[in-house]
Write a protein that binds this ligand. Structure first.
Ligand SMILES: C[S@@+](CC[C@H](N)C(=O)[O-])C[C@H]1O[C@@H](n2cnc3c(N)ncnc32)[C@H](O)[C@@H]1O
Length: 227
């Protein structure tokens, strides 16, 4: 945003959940586990292979899970795993779920798990979350002590109150909290569950921010930095 433009009207996350940018059926909600349009490709590793190395009862929480196709495939490969997917819309198809898989239709701004997980992923979901820093803080506390979190993240869609890019202070705070960020892959990652408090106050979301690096319309999130 340039100095001559005024900041947009921001909306709260309740309103955001019903906005066409978030609640639309054109986004890619059908990634499978491995192959071309897949979680393995987007995450840089096969979640089922990772879970296979997590002991006798591994657990995976996928935030913004869409149709949950990758989760279904992982549950079939690893019948002993506990796998949870959470999505605002939930799956639109409803074939019977394999054992160990739960698909929850809920707004992640209000949802919390009843257990901790070895793996937490968010494949191109944070782009649509208003208070995504709060979700990252909460998700960090949902990881096991040795767990792994990986989420696509576009820091340029984080804005200061005047609309300017807040990516530098946000990434600095995330790194200080223990996250790694790969700008090449737009992936944020964390090893080991922890309690995190990021020094930002959420102000609201701009659903009309336009396309992000994926080429799809995304939400910009506005924050005031604590001084
Ligand atoms: C681009 S799709 C990705 C779906 C899935 N991860 C995949 O790769 O196939 C983004 C998903 O985020 C979900 N979503 C957006 N806002 C959400 C919210 N507040 N809580 C839960 N899910 C949300 C949408 O319903 C959509 O299914």
């Amino acid at each position: 945003m340039t100095a001559t433009q005024s900041p947009p009207r921001l909306i709260d996350d309740g309103e955001l959940a019903g906005h066409s940018v978030v609640a639309n059926n054109t986004m890619n909600r059908e990634r499978v586990l491995t192959g071309v349009n897949s979680y393995a490709r987007e995450l840089g590793f096969d979640p089922a292979e990772f879970l296979d190395g997590c002991g006798p009862a591994p657990s995976w929480l996928d935030l913004c899970s869409g149709e949950g196709l990758a989760l279904r495939a992982a549950a079939q490969r690893l019948p002993q795993a506990v796998i949870t997917g959470v999505d605002l819309v939930g799956p639109l198809r409803t074939p019977a779920l394999p054992d160990g898989l739960e698909l929850v239709a809920a707004d992640l701004g209000r949802w919390a798990p009843v257990r901790r997980y070895d793996l937490i992923t968010c494949v191109h979901g944070l782009h649509y979350i208003g208070d995504r820093l709060a979700l990252l803080e909460r998700a960090a506390s949902w990881l096991t002590d040795t767990g792994r979190l990986v989420a696509h993240f576009d820091p340029t869609t984080l804005r200061r109150p005047d609309g300017t890019d807040a990516s530098r202070p946000v990434l600095a705070a995330l790194r200080a909290a223990g996250f790694d960020y790969s700008a090449r892959h737009h992936r944020l990652s964390l090893r080991g569950g922890r309690s995190i408090e990021l020094p930002f106050t959420y102000l609201g979301a701009d659903p009309d921010a336009g396309p992000n690096y994926t080429g799809q319309s995304a939400v910009a999130s506005y924050y005031r930095q604590a001084v």
